[in-house]
Design a protein around this ligand. Structure first.
Ligand SMILES: Nc1ncnc2c1ncn2[C@@H]1O[C@H](COP(=O)(O)OP(=O)(O)O)[C@@H](O)[C@H]1O
Ligand SMILES: [Mg+2]
Length: 339
């Protein structure tokens, strides 16, 4: 649906050029909710703005819906842009217009009939839960309601793609959740492909199926959300993951665990898709070891329980080896740790 091929973007400056994007390549498939995460200045906004040509690439290709958008004439580009809606951190509504007219604006600009506009706008206001707010002005609404208006406006031309630039970054956690649920409905009910950028891993965790991690203009890691969350490779990705999944015992708790030279501590990675056995019960009953849980943390990633479990095992060396063999046979990832 959207493909970046070796995309570079340089902002020419008087003193030195800014390399905002460097050799960026990845593909967003139809129906994806694709998240791009990175710290401030990583190049996320520049990247997303290339898709609807708010910004022009310096080199590389950007393929949208099968066509290289930079090869289009101005007129054809207008048609492509109709297929792409966008929402922003600060909503970008017209404060002098009513909610109804804000949502209607893209259709008014297209010269659609009044009856046509009325039914489409009302349909979308109902979809975003603001059917009773049409006559109010943006200033009379909360942040979450403003973003709902912006979402209705972005959808009024029936786009195939929705771009979201930090759409929940100005909202409180509860409102963020309600907007993310709404975006998920946009994706599911209307089949809209969503490309969103954020600096919050919890946003990715809640609605994305794929994620790319950006740093200094480059994509440094990418893949299905479950893969990146369970096996982050780079320090930056690890840092982002650690904001939503606790993988290790905190140093404070660590101090409270008595040292035991006789025991072996192991850390297990639990993928709820794979782990169906009663592991602890099996370890204790089959291999006559004592098992204590030192630490456990589970998270919901894409509806799959995923987490880490640190166990302290006491027993004969052979019994411990048998435990390891059992875990290996079940394909459970684990490592010895010093708790
Ligand atoms: N219009 C512009 N002119 C000059 N530099 C820009 C412009 N837009 C972005 N940049 C620079 O490009 C880099 C990436 O910015 P941006 O894409 O906004 O990052 P992010 O959205 O990840 O915070 C930054 O160094 C920023 O200062
Ligand atoms: Mg930005």
């Amino acid at each position: 649906m959207i493909e970046f091929k070796n995309v570079n973007k340089i902002f020419k400056q008087k003193k030195s050029d800014i390399l905002a994007l460097q050799d960026v390549s990845f593909k967003v498939e139809a129906q994806d909710i694709f998240g791009v995460i990175g710290y401030s200045g990583a190049g996320k906004s520049t990247l997303i703005r290339l898709v609807n040509v708010l910004e022009e690439k310096t080199s590389g290709e950007i393929i949208v819906d099968g066509h290289d958008i930079n090869q289009y004439s101005k007129k054809k580009l207008q048609n492509v842009k109709k297929n792409i809606g966008m929402i922003f951190q600060h909503f970008n509504l017209l404060n002098s217009k009513t909610v109804f007219n804000n949502v209607a604006m893209p259709l008014i600009l297209q010269g659609k009939s009044k009856a046509n506009i009325k039914s489409k706008v009302n349909e979308l206001l109902e979809f975003v839960g603001l059917e009773d707010k049409g006559n109010q002005y943006p200033n009379e609404l909360s942040g979450g309601q403003k973003q709902r208006v912006a979402i209705a406006r972005a959808l009024v031309t029936d786009p195939k793609i929705l771009l979201c630039d930090e759409a929940t970054s100005a909202l409180d956690p509860a409102t963020t959740d309600s907007i993310l649920k709404l975006l998920k409905r946009v994706n599911e009910q209307f089949g809209v492909t969503i490309l969103l950028i954020t600096h919050e891993m919890s946003v990715i965790q809640k609605i994305c199926n794929k994620v790319a991690v950006m740093e200094q203009g480059r994509v440094i890691e990418m893949g299905p959300v479950l893969d990146v969350f369970s096996h982050p490779q780079t320090t930056t990705a690890k840092n982002f993951v650690s904001t939503v999944i606790t993988t290790d015992i905190s140093t404070h708790l660590q101090k409270l665990i008595p040292e035991d030279k006789e025991a072996t501590d192991i850390k297990l990675y639990i993928d709820g898709n794979k782990v169906t056995h009663a592991i602890i019960y099996d370890l204790i009953t089959r291999y006559t070891v004592k098992v204590n849980i030192l630490f456990a943390s589970m998270s919901d990633i894409q509806g799959i329980p995923v987490g880490y479990l640190t166990l302290r095992i006491q027993g004969e060396e052979q019994s411990i080896q048998n435990c390891y063999q059992y875990l290996t046979e079940l394909n459970i990832e684990f490592e010895e740790v010093s708790a």
